[in-house]
Write a protein that binds this ligand. Structure first.
Ligand code: HEM
Ligand SMILES: *[C@@H]1O[C@H](CO)[C@@H](O)[C@H](O)[C@H]1NC(C)=O
Ligand SMILES: *[C@@H]1O[C@H](CO)[C@@H](O)[C@H](O)[C@H]1NC(C)=O
Length: 214
């Protein structure tokens, strides 16, 4: 009994410490934001980041235009039910997926994502999520196009739900400023961040506009 109750105490205090660490690390944005972390693949699939970077760079050197597509794909994936890879799911005869929404027009770079995923499956089967591949590929496309280098947390889980009707949650080109601010605000972005992200519409490479926003 004594043993049991002291175990309970230890477990309870461990749980408290654990929760505290979680709260602190989430609150301050380092460590495990929602279970994501910076070095997620360091032990799990050590070359994951470089595989993505190499394949993105090789593909874009060959044809830079999908740089815009990769960035937009990550955005469309995340804005609909979170960054869960659901933009990659194909439609079936019973379900029309996100990817076949009119909002999908001009999403490009699916073949690059497929190539990355294939190589990662060879190296570390079943380890690297498609959502993380999209996030890393978009990051590497930003850098390729002359943008900043930034570190991202990984550990996203892939979702199975992909429904055309959910893409109604993407911002419409007819939205006015207050509506855009509201839509991005609902997902935790400030107006300033929304404007900065919209810079993706003027992506250039060697003086040529890559983003088509017609
Ligand atoms: C602020 C609300 C946004 C609206 C209303 C919007 C709308 C659009 C529209 C209508 C297009 C043209 C699609 C086509 O020509 O087929 C487009 C293209 C694009 N969007 Fe957005 N977008 C928004 C935010 C974003 C964000 C946050 C990103 C990424 C950070 C992004 C990345 C892109 C890119 C890269 C393209 C060009 C795609 C290409 O040339 O392949 N957009 N957007
Ligand atoms: C969506 O993207 C896929 C893959 O590129 C393409 O086959 C499909 O036709 C697109 N759908 C629309 C409505 O553009
Ligand atoms: C912006 O759009 C919203 C939703 O359609 C509308 O309610 C609002 O009045 C508009 N605001 C301005 C300043 O036009």
């Amino acid at each position: 009994m004594v043993y049991k109750s002291s175990m309970k105490k230890v477990m309870a205090s461990l749980l408290t410490v654990f929760l505290l660490i979680e709260v602190i690390s989430c609150g301050f944005g380092f460590g495990g934001n929602n279970g994501l972390n910076m070095n997620y693949y360091l032990m799990r699939c050590p070359f994951a980041e470089s595989v993505v970077k190499n394949i993105v760079n090789r593909a874009l050197q060959n044809d830079p235009t999908p740089a815009a597509g990769l960035i937009r794909m990550h955005f469309h994936d995340c804005f609909v039910e979170g960054c869960d890879g659901s933009i990659l799911i194909d439609s079936t005869k019973d379900n029309t997926a996100e990817k076949d929404s009119p909002a999908n027009l001009s999403l490009k770079g699916y073949e690059i994502i497929d190539e990355i995923k294939e190589e990662l499956e060879r190296q570390c089967p079943g380890v690297v999520s498609c959502a993380d591949v999209l996030a890393m590929a978009a990051r590497d496309a930003v850098f390729f196009a002359g943008g900043p280098v930034y570190d991202i947390s990984n550990g996203r889980k892939d979702g199975r739900r992909s429904k055309i009707q959910d893409t109604i949650n993407l911002p419409s080109p007819t939205f006015n400023a207050s509506e855009l601010i509201r839509q991005f605000g609902k997902r935790g972005f400030s107006a300033q961040e929304m404007v900065a992200l919209s810079g993706a519409h003027t992506l250039e490479w060697q003086g040529v506009l890559l983003s088509r926003t017609d």
